[in-house]
Design a protein around this ligand. Structure first.
Ligand SMILES: Nc1nc2c(c(=O)[nH]1)N[C@H]1C(S)=C(S)[C@@H](COP(=O)(O)O)O[C@H]1N2
Ligand SMILES: [Mo]
Length: 302
C-alpha cells in the first residue's frame, strides 16, 4: 500500500514550521502582520489570529471553482472542459515600446526568472475570494529585460483564443481576452506572472502555463494563459470594460466602499467559509500599493 504523503492531506501551513509559516504569510497580511514578521519579533495572540484567519484555500477548490470564459461560463465546468488543453509548446511575445522585443518560450521563462512562492488573496468582482499559494516571479523582472522605452505608459496583456480547444469562444464576446495595467502598477513588486500553485505547474483551469496575478485588483484583471505582452502609450481596451463599461473600469481596484452598480462590494464569501467577511481596501495590500493612486479619486477611477 502506498503511504499517503502528509502534504497530500495537510494544509501546507500546518506542516511548515511556525517560523517559516509566519515569513510566508507576511504577504497576505496587513500592517500588523508585516510588523509581526520582522526578524526577532514574536507576534501577539491578536496578530496571530489575523494571520490564521487567512488560511490557504484547499487545492481542490482552487482547481475546480474557476472563471475562464474561453472554456465555459459555468465555474464548476471549467476544469472538466479544459483538462486536455495543450500548453506545450508555448511562447510569450513581449513587444511594442521596448528596446529589446523578445519572444520567450516557457523554458526560457523558467530558466531566466527564479520562481518564488507568493501567497495572495484573490477577490473576484462577483463577491467570492480565495487565498492562493502561487509560484511565479515579479513581472518587473521580465520588463527589466525588455526595457520599456520612455514613451511606454501602459502594458496590454493578451491571452490565448484557440477555437479548436476552447468551446466558450462560441459565446459572443470581444475575444481575445485582454487586460491592462499602468506601467507603474505593472512594475509594483506584488504584480507577478504565475506558473504554479501549491508546488505544481498551473492547471489549465487556473491559466496554464502562465498567467498574470495582480492581487489588489478584482480577479478579472489577472488574465490567464498569456501569449502577448505589449508596452503601449495609450490606455488599452480591456475585455470587461468593452462588455460593460459602467460596471467594469480600467482600474478595478478592490474597494469595499465602491459598489458594483448591481451589488455591494462591502463583504465577500471566502471559499470554504460559511459567513461572509469584510472586504479590505486594495484587498488588504494598501500599504504596498496606495502610493500608486495618491490624489486620484478611487470612485471616479473605478
Ligand atoms: N483568459 C481569461 N482570464 C481570466 C478569466 C477569463 O474568463 N479568461 N477570468 C478572470 C476572473 S473573473 C477571475 S476571478 C480569475 C479567476 O482565477 P482562478 O480561476 O485561477 O481562481 O481569472 C481571471 N482571468
Ligand atoms: Mo472574477
Amino acid at each position: 500500500m502506498k503511504e499517503i504523503d502528509r502534504s497530500e492531506i495537510t494544509p501546507k501551513w500546518l506542516y511548515m514550521n511556525r517560523r517559516q509559516f509566519l515569513s510566508k504569510v507576511s504577504l497576505v497580511g496587513g500592517a500588523a502582520v508585516l510588523a509581526a514578521c520582522a526578524p526577532g519579533v514574536i507576534p501577539t495572540a491578536e496578530e496571530e489570529k489575523i494571520i490564521l484567519s487567512d488560511m490557504l484555500t484547499d487545492f481542490e477548490s482552487i482547481k475546480t471553482y474557476n472563471n475562464y470564459y474561453e472554456f465555459s461560463l459555468s465555474k464548476d465546468r471549467v476544469h472538466v472542459v479544459s483538462k486536455d488543453f495543450k500548453t506545450d509548446p508555448w511562447q510569450v511575445e513581449v513587444y511594442g515600446l521596448v528596446e529589446n522585443p523578445t519572444t520567450f518560450s516557457m523554458q526560457d521563462i523558467l530558466d531566466q526568472f527564479p520562481q518564488e512562492e507568493r501567497i495572495y488573496r484573490l477577490r473576484c468582482v462577483e463577491g467570492w475570494s480565495m487565498v492562493i499559494p502561487w509560484m511565479g516571479f515579479p513581472l518587473s523582472k521580465l520588463l527589466d529585460v525588455v526595457k520599456p522605452t520612455a514613451e511606454a505608459t501602459f502594458v496590454r496583456f493578451q491571452t490565448i483564443a484557440d477555437f479548436d480547444q476552447m468551446p466558450g469562444l462560441d459565446a459572443n464576446f470581444p475575444w481575445p481576452y485582454q487586460e491592462g495595467l499602468r506601467l507603474d502598477e505593472a512594475m509594483n513588486d506584488l504584480t507577478i506572472l504565475a506558473t504554479g500553485i501549491y508546488d505544481e505547474p498551473l492547471s489549465p483551469s487556473n491559466g496554464a502555463p502562465i498567467r498574470l496575478v495582480v492581487p489588489w485588483k478584482y480577479g478579472f484583471k489577472s488574465g490567464k494563459s498569456l501569449i502577448k505582452i505589449e508596452l503601449v502609450a495609450e490606455q488599452p481596451h480591456t475585455f470587461w470594460n468593452l462588455i460593460a463599461p459602467r460596471e467594469y473600469g480600467f482600474y478595478s481596484n478592490v474597494n469595499p466602499d465602491v459598489a458594483h452598480p448591481r451589488w455591494s462590494q462591502a463583504t465577500e464569501r471566502r471559499i470554504g467559509e460559511l459567513q461572509r467577511r469584510p472586504t479590505l481596501l486594495f484587498n488588504g495590500y494598501e500599504e504596498e500599493v496606495a502610493y500608486l493612486y495618491e490624489g486620484m479619486s478611487l470612485r471616479a477611477n473605478y
